[in-house]
Design a protein around this ligand. Structure first.
Ligand SMILES: *[C@@H]1O[C@H](CO)[C@@H](O)[C@H](O)[C@H]1NC(C)=O
Ligand SMILES: *[C@@H]1O[C@H](CO)[C@@H](O)[C@H](O)[C@H]1NC(C)=O
Ligand SMILES: CC(=O)N[C@H]1CO[C@H](CO)[C@@H](O)[C@@H]1O
Length: 702
């Protein structure tokens, strides 16, 4: 009786949601995995040497079933952030497809990074983010644009009527606040409203087709993509990339999943969160780093490192990365298991707004009625100190005086105007990026202001990494504003996704700004940055009302720096095998037999993987022999435990080797296997690129 009653309730609850147009799709965006610096830690030494897990764009479309033009497209990139250059490229790519793709435009497309710090860089619009990537690498940019357009195409082709349901759960032990000293500066009464110093809740949206199959899940949870350390040089999507692939591989194989099922793990108010959950420790053995400045006994921050859950493995954060990803995946799985008792999305309205806004000396009214002003972008001295997820340059300490080198660089680059200095208040300006235009704009002064809505579900699309408390204030302000046009009794559910569209570094609360730790020093437009974002988004909220059929004015266009940019990455000249060797030849065979759990290794005569990115394909594979003698692929580049590494062995001759490692801890069946390598050689004289393969001897796993 009890269960029957329950069942009826569930069915009613589920049926209570409205019907929308829903779709989801995924595309490979893995750019050049070698010789290009990674984007995130801004460490020039962190250049790619291979691939652990391919990275993807995941696209989600929600539309009004009766008004096809009312829809939004939320794209998650396994990358550090959204960006003006790639967003332009993607929008151009979609327009070029013609037809219905004109329904996706700057007004309703959000490009949100997972904030992974382990992907190739070089695709950014502004100088500051180009510097650590050695400029603008067309190949890196094009991989993201092409893979993302493909993901949108797949999402669009999957569109069908369906329902949305929301579920939430707490993610256990996956983030801590890495800037607690700044967080503690927020008013006590405000802090007392929350039990945690980071947002531990994951909010998940299920996209279920009318035929009962699930097309995708999309969730928001805040944790930095800095599990893999700044000395890891294998491309990965960091912890959210792990979570998404684990979910897709498992759930995608179930009968409940629609073909092309996609799992999106979106970043949220990530600003002061860290996946290094065991805290921040000094490498000099002096214990935990100081709370206030994250320094060690020597007064410097360079020896202070966050520790992930598996730090003792000392494997550049790789095991911790997998573990933090697994915890998010496990939470998402729990939510989905009980989502039929969750909250259905109701109300037919699907709306989106977007406009550009110039933050230079923008004057507005703060929530308390006083006047606020934002400033041209600038980075404060603590920016150079970095964070405990990736300590900064030299002897900088967060909140402590700058060293002369950076003063010198900053001074040469630009002396801030008196107005700028005054505007930035307590921030001691290190890099006056918002007033630097040589050779072109150093960072964004023009930002993307964007909010989406379906029924009572609202998505703030933030260009900045909002801190925990900043995200809470912003969500609360939007919730209050949206309530005015929701039916009585329907509570708004507001999430914040970012960093999106164009990267504007951080947005902390004014109180946190006054502390000027890394996040405050990186809050570009001054103490009022967050209040301005709130003013602009709340001010435009009426565009989300059911009766609104207008759009805000587009605002000033951000500069397009794609054609002005240069690359300092040298091209592949040619590839050759040493005399007497052939491309793809096995230089070191696997052993005859391994116990499961061991690492299987094969080394091949290789070629530069930049010759062909093999998007939607693979550089490495494991094949298993079937009972009829044939071979079936069982692992590829999307598998975490299959690792591809490339080494240049002779610069002049153009020789290189490729090592493929299979860490057989991923529950393979006992059996007979072989390793495959897929390469592409650039020929010496013609410059033509020719594909080749390598195949190892067979080996058994027992
Ligand atoms: C990599 O970096 C981490 C964190 O900075 C450090 O603890 C570790 O010793 C480094 N590992 C190697 C192999 O260099
Ligand atoms: C934003 O600031 C403007 C200019 O002062 C003011 O007119 C408006 O009411 C403010 N909007 C909100 C939502 O606070
Ligand atoms: C949820 C959360 O963020 N908690 C941590 C914040 O930081 C302090 C000190 O590092 C920890 O003790 C909390 O557990």
């Amino acid at each position: 009786m009890f269960w029957l009653f329950n069942f009826v309730l569930l069915a009613v609850a589920w049926a209570a949601g409205d019907r929308y147009l829903i779709g989801a799709g995924k595309g490979d965006i893995t750019g050049p995995v070698v010789e290009v610096p990674f984007m995130g830690y801004a460490s020039l030494e962190q250049k790619g040497t291979g691939l652990r897990q391919r990275i993807y764009a995941r696209s989600f479309i929600v539309g009004d079933i009766n008004k096809p033009a009312d829809r939004f497209l939320y794209i998650i990139l396994d990358a550090v952030a959204g960006d003006t250059a790639v967003r332009r490229g993607i929008l151009e790519g979609l327009q070029a497809l013609g037809g219905d793709y004109a329904l996706y435009h700057t007004g309703n497309v959000a490009l949100v990074g997972t904030h992974s710090h382990s992907g190739p860089g070089g695709w950014h619009n502004y100088v500051l983010t180009q510097v650590p990537a050695l400029g603008f690498t067309k190949q890196s940019y094009q991989a993201i644009v092409d893979g993302t357009v493909l993901s949108v195409k797949r999402a669009h082709e999957s569109l069908s009527p369906g329902y949305l349901d929301v579920g939430t759960a707490k993610v256990q032990d996956s983030a801590i606040n890495r800037s607690l000293w700044a967080y503690l500066a927020n008013p006590e009464a405000e802090r007392a409203k929350y039990t945690d110093t980071t947002d531990t809740l994951m909010t998940l949206l299920r996209l279920k087709r009318a035929d009962g199959k699930t097309q995708g899940i999309l969730n928001w949870y805040a944790v930095h993509g800095t599990s893999a350390h700044n000395n890891n040089t294998h491309v990965t999507g960091d912890n959210k990339g792990v979570a998404a692939l684990l979910f897709e591989k498992e759930f995608g194989a179930l009968p409940d999943a629609a073909p092309g099922f996609v799992a999106g793990f979106s970043q949220a108010n990530v600003g002061d969160t860290s996946p290094n959950v065991l805290g921040q420790w000094c490498t000099d053995g002096s214990g935990e780093c100081s709370l206030k400045t994250s320094t060690c006994a020597d007064g410097k921050s360079t020896g202070c490192h966050g520790r992930g859950p598996m730090w003792q493995k000392n494997d550049k954060g790789i095991s911790s990365c997998y573990e933090i990803g697994r915890r998010q995946y496990a939470t998402a799985k729990d939510i989905v298991a009980s989502i039929d008792t969750g909250t259905p999305v109701t109300g037919p309205t699907v709306k989106a707004f977007h406009f550009f806004h110039d933050m230079r000396y923008f004057t507005f009214t703060r929530p308390d009625g006083s006047q606020g002003t934002t400033c041209p972008a600038a980075l404060g001295e603590s920016f150079a100190a970095g964070t405990t997820d990736g300590p900064g340059v030299g002897d900088f300490a967060q909140t402590v005086q700058a060293n002369p080198f950076w003063k010198f660089v900053g001074g040469v680059l630009r002396t801030p105007s008196a107005r700028q200095k005054q505007c930035q208040g307590v921030k001691k300006i290190l890099l006056d990026v918002g007033e630097m235009e040589v050779p072109f704009a150093w960072t964004a002064n023009i930002v993307d202001i964007q909010v989406f809505r379906v029924g009572q579900f609202v998505i703030i699309v933030s260009p900045a990494e909002a801190s925990t408390m900043a995200g809470r204030r912003w969500r609360d302000a939007i919730a209050t504003a949206v309530k005015s046009f929701l039916p009585a009794g329907l509570e708004p559910i507001v999430v914040l996704g970012g960093p999106a569209n164009t990267y504007t570094h951080y947005a902390v609360t004014p109180e946190e700004y006054d502390i000027q730790r890394y996040e405050g020093a990186s809050t570009l437009y001054g103490r009022d940055t967050l209040n301005a974002y709130i003013n602009l988004t709340v001010g435009a909220i009426s565009y989300l009302s059911p009766t609104s059929d207008s759009k805000p004015a587009a605002g000033p266009m951000p500069p397009d720096n794609r054609a002005r940019s240069a690359s300092f990455i040298t091209q592949v000249v040619y590839d050759n095998a040493p005399i007497g060797k052939k491309m793809g030849q096995v230089l070191s065979q696997p052993r005859v037999s391994y116990a499961r759990g061991a690492t299987v290794t094969a080394v091949f005569q290789g070629a530069n993987p930049r010759n062909n990115l093999r998007l939607e394909g693979t550089f490495a594979a494991v094949e298993q022999q079937q009972s009829d003698g044939s071979w079936t692929r069982v692992r590829d580049d999307s598998d975490w435990y299959l690792v591809y590494s490339w080494t240049r062995t002779d610069v002049v001759w153009g020789a290189s080797t490729v090592q493929i490692d299979w860490e057989t801890v991923d529950s393979p069946q006992p059996g007979t296997y072989r390793i495959k390598y897929y390469g592409d050689q650039k020929m010496s004289f013609t410059g033509k690129v020719v594909a080749f393969e390598g195949t190892s001897n067979t080996f058994t796993l027992t």
